[in-house]
Design a binder for this molecule. Sequence first.
Ligand code: C2E
Ligand code: CA
Ligand code: CA
Ligand code: CA
Length: 279
Amino acid sequence: NAKQTGDEYLFFCKEMDNKVKKHNLLVEQLTQAVKNNDIEVYFQPIIDIENNTVAKFESLVRWNNQGQWVSPAEFIPLAEESRVIIPLGELVLLKTCQQIKALEAQGYENFVFNVNRSLFEFTEFNPERNAWLETIKSQGVKPSQISFELTESVLAPENTNHLDVLTQLKQAGCLISLDDFGTGYSSLSYLRRFPVDVLKLDKSFIDEVHVDLGDEALVKSIIQMSRVLGIKVVAEGVEEREQLAVLTEAGCDYIQGYYFSKPLPANDVVPFLTQFSRE
Ligand code: C2E
Ligand code: CA
Ligand code: CA
Ligand code: CA
């Protein structure tokens, strides 16, 4: 049945070929979208538990490709491999600054906006001309209103130059948040490598925190440790009232998740704030 194997092989090649074509087309479309400013940013509220107010927002990129929303989980990796992540990240920061100014004009001041940065954006960073700080300053935004979210990989020991970039940002007044905390490897030792301001507890720790005593204990000890180190804690992916109760009891500082709000398009932010302060 050599013939059959041959057919299967041909079929396989065709499948691969289609995948490669689809992949290349997506990269092409994404590149165009970024060039044409055809990327949106949504803003997810982050609540300060202690006084029940909106303290921050996370900026999350959104791409509608010819009528179809593509998940960031799908296109961020494409953006990284094609280097489009650099202009994409700039655009997200610019749109974030514009949102800050728009809110300010309506009397809403002093929110912190969290902007995601992937490892690749640090690898390619030109510290001679800190483009991120330039954008922030040119838009008239206070650096202390921007928190850069990075993952543990950025702090890996081989990346000493990343520490220089982080130091620059921090000296300018920006905040640094460690995203997806607990999903990497050497979390604890990395905390000693750079003084991060905020730790974001990954959703996987939160999912069962109200039903699993082990998870509850883990979350509590991370919060206690952070307090000793002077680091604030955000719980990600909070969906249930019971999770909120456990996290409040554990002394968690901030809550982010569908329980309070999904990521909002720019125009829905003020209505949300108005409604939230009335509740
Ligand atoms: P992330 O940084 O961990 O962002 C949190 C993700 O969890 C977001 O997904 C958010 O919509 C989602 N989420 C928030 N609360 C809940 C909840 O209560 N339940 C559930 N099930 N999900 C919740 P999103 O927007 O699809 O983004 C996925 C990932 O894409 C982000 O994960 C981040 O790694 C990346 N990403 C998004 N925007 C950017 C960006 O501008 N730049 C970079 N480099 N990466 C980005
Ligand atoms: Ca994030
Ligand atoms: Ca996260
Ligand atoms: Ca995540």
